[in-house]
Design a binder for this molecule. Structure first.
Ligand SMILES: [Zn+2]
Length: 86
């Protein structure tokens, strides 16, 4: 799962196939028709490993315990997202 973190307002949201913006409006992004991420603003692309969420749900829910998930920050330029001006 890919999320966009706005460094201006700290809003975090999932990037989808429609244009979405953070709470302050400075950052935004969408998934284009070729499944490429297009992002802008003072944002950072975050990733959460889906398999770690599933594992955490299996641990946390039945046992009432907190369970960690694996999240990471994408480098500024690694081919996962194309940055453009708003
Ligand atoms: Zn913002």
């Amino acid at each position: 799962m890919k999320l966009l973190l706005c460094r201006s307002c700290a809003d975090v949201f999932r990037v989808r196939d429609e244009i979405r913006r953070c709470q302050c409006g400075a950052s935004g992004g969408y998934l284009d028709d070729e499944h490429r991420l297009r992002v802008w603003g003072p944002s950072v692309l975050l990733g959460i490993e889906n398999s770690s969420v599933e594992t955490a749900l299996r641990i946390a829910r039945p046992h009432g315990a907190r369970a960690p998930i694996r999240a990471f920050v994408f480098p500024e330029r690694d081919g996962h997202a194309e940055r453009r001006e708003a």
